[in-house]
Ligand binder design. Sequence first.
Ligand SMILES: Nc1ncnc2c1ncn2[C@@H]1O[C@H](COP(=O)(O)OP(=O)(O)OP(=O)(O)O)[C@@H](O)[C@H]1O
Length: 267
Amino acid sequence: MAETPLLSVRELKKTYPGASGPVEAVGSITFDVRPGELVCIVGPSGCGKTTLLKCLSGLLPPTAGSVVLDGSEVTAPPAKMAVVFQEYGRSLYPWLTVRDNVGLPLKARGVPRGERARVVEEALQEVGLGHALDTYPWQLSGGMQQRVAIARAVAYQPEVLVMDEPFAAVDAQTRADLEDLVRRVWKDLGVTVLFVTHDIDESVYLGERVLMLSSSPTVVQEDLRIDLPDERDQLTTRALPRFTELRTHVYEQIQRAKRGTPLPTPH
Ligand SMILES: Nc1ncnc2c1ncn2[C@@H]1O[C@H](COP(=O)(O)OP(=O)(O)OP(=O)(O)O)[C@@H](O)[C@H]1O
């Protein structure tokens, strides 16, 4: 019997009112995510990835269709979900220490001071920033600030961690380290991760599945299982012939998405 999905997206559609008529950003998107999966979403620029995530996380009402999380329809930001955005610079408060930034959502949730301190310290240890508790975000590099944003999401103990192009603004070496951090956090915590990226290699390296979106009005062009070994490593995984096959397929599919002629799924 198939496992009950944790997240279920059904015929989700989003149309924005535009100055020269309605803009159909998301045409009709349907997919399920099982508990504990790591799913990447990739698609051409402007295909509606951010719009989809905003609808998933209850920040934007869909025009039609539904998002169901753990049996309840999402109509507002769910307590079981944490979101990490690309712009870490704007998501951290410069006047609060790293400790207080990470602890803020827990404080809002009414977690007592002692427990809060413990959870915050553990989360910062998890992302390798146990030494930076009393620094301020502006004293840290971009990659470290993004680690703080991830620690804040981890401390919140969500069932679903949603990430919207979280590493687009960091250098290549930092990005590789942060990718490995996401895989480690995912494994250590058993959290379900939905990771949006425009980077094809990143989607194949990180995901257990890659959902490829078409151009607007967006549909799921292909739902591809990534059959790479579970233990991933920046050097050996990326050097595997299967990695190259999968990234080539995703690349071709995205190119075809732009032209509207999809490829069949490879075997
Ligand atoms: N608030 C808005 N009002 C009107 N149109 C919008 C609005 N937000 C997004 N759009 C349009 O919806 C479409 C999808 O935008 P969205 O930002 O979701 O795509 P994206 O895939 O995240 O883009 P990118 O990869 O470039 O970040 C685009 O055509 C965009 O211009």
